[in-house]
Write a protein that binds this ligand. Sequence first.
Ligand code: HEC
Length: 140
Amino acid sequence: MKLVKKLGLGLAILFLLAQLVRPERANPPAPTTLDAPPEVLSILRESCYDCHSNETHWPWYSHVAPVSWLVAHDVDEGREHLNFADWSSLDARARRELGEEIIEEIDEGEMPLWFYTPLHPGSDVDADELATLRKWAEGL
Ligand code: HEC
């Protein structure tokens, strides 16, 4: 067999074997919806909820290794840092601090993560949306 063919076959087998390693992609129960004005909620839902809530949408490619590993990792880490499902259990100070961080992260272009926006049209937070979020965060 030609080397290229062997390599291709090897990669195909690796790819298939990788599918056996399936990360956890569960959505834990989401106790309450975030208590925020509807226009704020809709921005957060569209741009942040896939990684920062228990209401993640798992697209088809999130079931295909190795992408599945990366996606599951981001969701795990994202939820650890900020999970809107836990918002109602935070005290006023924690909410204010998180609100500030949310605005900062978006303002600096850190959030949503850079590879997320091209895959999810409309998830980019534009200036108007940021202004809406800022008003909400400053009132927390
Ligand atoms: C594709 C997944 C993903 C999306 C979408 C996403 N985030 Fe994140 N976010 C993460 C991950 C992973 C981390 C933790 C690692 C890091 O800071 O890069 C994080 C961290 C954060 C933090 C905490 C930073 C810190 O230093 O603790 C804030 C605040 C945040 N994100 C806000 C948002 C907001 C607001 C949106 C929507 C506009 C959003 N994120 C969208 C994955 C995501």
